[in-house]
Design a protein around this ligand. Sequence first.
Ligand code: RIB
Length: 335
Amino acid sequence: MTTIHDVAKRAGVAPITVSRVINNTGYISPETRQIVNKAIAELGYVPNVLARSLRSKRTNTIALVLTDITNPFFTIMARGVEDTASDAGFNVIFCNTDESEEKEKKYIQLLLQKQVDGILLVPAKSTSKSVDYVQERDIPVVVLDRRVSNNLVDVVRCDSEGGAYQLVKLLIDLGHRRIALLNGSVDVSTSEDRLSGYKRAMQEAGAEAEELYYYGTFTQASGYELARRVMAQTPRPTAIFAANNLIAIGALWALQEMGLKVPEEIAVVSFDDLPQSLVAYPFLTVATQPAYEMSKKATDLLIARLNDKAPDDQCQNIVLPVELIVRSSSGKVVS
Ligand code: RIB
């Protein structure tokens, strides 16, 4: 059966644009309208009238589907979504998937039954199953924090590759070569992008032979286990790059248990800062992501799509820069 997604791909526009042509809502340029109608005719696409009639009434509710509500990064993200949505008169439903595709699929189906007006999704995996499923039902969706294989969707994320490169380059400039990356899950874009940044810095320094990286999960338990594993290697790494804040906390526990001093015996850097309210003496060198700003931008974009006031028919791919905060854990002399 031909779907709205097939029409969008054929016409080279976002599915929401196809929906606007069919529903005759929002401004669509004559050229775009002609291209979309041509694709509809060529594919013989028949809109799902029942689904559309169900969606004609607004619930003024959007949903944020995220992967780990215990992670301060996502807590700040949820704060940004709720502040922005409520200012625009929308309620928010929060769903936590624990990085599980199964849980994500269950929540997406539930949210569509609840007839939410739009969805902000932190995808558990880089596949685009959930995005395709939502778009085929004419519901606007914006992907947050990560990328998916479907490039016909709005994405708002941070520069994981560039942030990883900056962290590893800092360690290399401090003289480290045997640097271990404790990474998240293999099929998540933030893991892949942080590995790419790590490799770019290592190869630029001619340290490919010293590359040492392990995939795990974005959890403290994984950081603990991977730290013990890399520190058992010979030669031992002189620095650890933790792919996120929870991995860093787990790794620091393991290093403390092993009686290793940071940074004297092992330097540590990480993605994501820890909330200053939780840390008495901030000492971790981090690449910090503007989680609040990212979630505000994504929510504004979703609501603009809902109100047919989006800046552009084309999908947005917004990549925000990360900020490097150098503290004592990397061993750099901090003046
Ligand atoms: O700590 C959260 C960060 O690490 C996010 O970028 C998330 O995708 C995980 O990779």
